[in-house]
Design a protein around this ligand. Sequence first.
Ligand code: SF4
Length: 282
Amino acid sequence: MKIILAKQAGFCFGVKRATQIAFEAAGKGGKTFTLGPIIHSPQVVQKLEEMGVKALENVAGMDEGTIIIRSHGAASDELEEAVRKQLDILDATCPFVKKAQEHVKNLSNSGYDVVVVGDADHPEVQGIVSYATGKVYVVASGEEAVNLPKMGKIGVVAQTTQSFENLRHVVDACLVKGGEIRVFHTICDATAVRQEEAKKLASQVDCMVVIGGYNSANTKRLAEVSAEIQPRTHHIEMAQQLDPAWFEGVKIVGITAGASTPKWIIDEVLEQIESIAKDKNR
Ligand code: SF4
């Protein structure tokens, strides 16, 4: 059985950076917390907990120590509270997310009503929205944007993981809503690149294994796009979940992993599949 690992499997730049910052801080000891789970990987969160770094929902209960801001960023009032409490802040916000937050702040301060394209329940979007000082709307699609009110000046930014097509549909809808419109392309291509590669790989193999947290939206999406092409697609979090029966009659297996899946988990899965392949060839 041949095994093909996607080139872009695993950590994106922002997640890699945030994880490094968190583990370095954990290694130094002291009272250190993350504001929310550092990334959407229960295994990484658990490892950090074992090193004494717990995830907090907010800084209300903290009066000293270090708070790490995750790659999704944080709400501006939460950061202000951390500053007011004189906590040590380790800001691991992905620079792409930071850019979106800055655009919202600048647009708002310049009198624009802001439209954020994204998922209103996602912490990254909630963080971005919090930088608006005036009116701000979150829309998930062009269809939703049709219901926006008339505005004067409109500024549009997108959640970093949105598709370019969706941003374009929202901008189309906004064109008839105001007299002036400014659009910032704040989309990061890490997610799109992984999805394109997963689609290509799924069309070349007999079985796909997608690795990543069940709470990771980008991993779930990877599994979905893969399953549309290769129905024998399995989404797992850990190597222990692999079932040898999945590989019956399989000549080529493809493996990919979400942007928040650590390399050590991918390596364990690879090892386990290699061992299943050896057993099959005996
Ligand atoms: S997907 Fe892109 S924006 Fe999000 S953390 Fe990764 S690199 Fe940053």
